[in-house]
Design a protein around this ligand. Structure first.
Ligand SMILES: C[S@@+](CC[C@H](N)C(=O)[O-])C[C@H]1O[C@@H](n2cnc3c(N)ncnc32)[C@H](O)[C@@H]1O
Length: 298
């Protein structure tokens, strides 16, 4: 399948993909996200809410600017509780209420994903797309939307997750991190919820395949024959290594390996560096933003 579409159609494809990204990142209704943050922040700090901030969006301009920046880099905003001595305590579990996007990877990484998928079509690199670690599924929804927009019918999108959050750390390299559902319930999103979100975008169909369970149990035996894009977003050393060990050899030459957490989770970086050393991989690691890197398999 080549990327040979008439330019007018290409324009429509780009417009669709742009609206899809804006929607997945909740850029379209960003002022509502700012209002919700204001309300929750007032409740947490027992402050009387000035209702004007709900009607006069100009009052939230500063917060909207911060949110816009955060959505570029796929960062998140933590609400803080002000203590009597004026010190601040973060309230991480409120991410559930304030992070309203359908993907947390941010604009730069979604744009990078689009470029990689375009390269794959342009160069006829064979194989499906997979993300290991999908949260609400937004990145995989974008993959399916991309295939639909180019009318590609011979590639699957694989959606791999426990659908119950990150496992408790069990590997030595992960011993200092606990991202499991008891600490970060925001990361546990059920399979039903992810399917429902695919449906909202009219993108739930037989070209989407779900792999439910821990990566160590699901990925080795998954009926995937070939991949052109392997996107790793499982945060931990263990999750990154399990995915690479099971899937790297299925990536076609010219295919892409994208690592979401290379710059943000040190044990993920260790996993990547260890795997590349063991397998003598010298393909250049290319940065996407301060968190994410990718390489093209030679
Ligand atoms: C940071 S979130 C992924 C964000 C997502 N890529 C997006 O577009 O917003 C990490 C996800 O990895 C999953 N996960 C991490 N380690 C896992 C493992 N070993 N097995 C299965 N799922 C895992 C968690 O359930 C969670 O949904």
């Amino acid at each position: 399948m080549t990327n040979q579409v008439p330019s007018s159609q290409n324009n429509l494809i780009n417009r669709y993909l742009e609206v899809l990204k804006k929607s997945l990142l909740n850029e379209l209704y960003i002022e509502n996200e700012a209002k919700i943050i204001q309300v929750i922040s007032s409740v947490v700090n027992n402050e009387v809410l000035d209702l004007k901030c709900l009607f006069d969006t100009n009052l939230n301009n500063e917060l909207i600017e911060v949110l816009t920046r955060i959505k570029q880099d796929g960062d998140f905003l933590t609400i803080h509780k002000t203590n009597p001595d004026k010190s601040l305590t973060p309230v991480p579990e409120l991410r559930n209420l304030t992070e309203l996007s359908h993907t947390m990877i941010g604009r730069k990484r979604l744009d990078n994903l689009q470029c990689c998928m375009e390269e794959i079509l342009r160069n006829n690199i064979p194989g499906d797309f997979i993300e290991t670690g999908v949260w609400r599924g937004g990145t995989t929804i974008f993959m399916r939307g991309f295939l639909a927009s180019y009318d590609v019918k011979d590639r699957f999108v694989w959606v791999a997750d426990s659908f119950m959050g990150v496992p408790p750390s069990s590997h030595e390299e992960d011993k200092d991190i606990d991202l499991s559902a008891s600490v970060l319930p925001v990361l546990a999103v059920s399979l039903e919820k992810v399917k429902e979100l695919f449906s909202r975008y009219d993108l739930l169909d037989s070209q989407v395949k779900f792999l439910k369970g821990w990566f160590k149990d699901t990925l080795h035996t998954a009926p995937i024959s070939q991949l052109s894009l392997l996107r790793l977003d499982g945060d931990l050393y263990e999750s990154t290594m399990d995915a690479l060990n099971a899937l790297y050899d299925k990536v076609s030459s010219g295919g892409f390996i994208i690592i979401d957490d290379y710059g943000s989770v040190s044990s993920c970086k260790v996993a990547i560096n260890t795997f590349r050393k063991e397998r003598k991989i010298e393909d250049e690691l290319i940065p996407v933003d301060k968190h994410c890197v990718f390489w093209v398999k030679s």
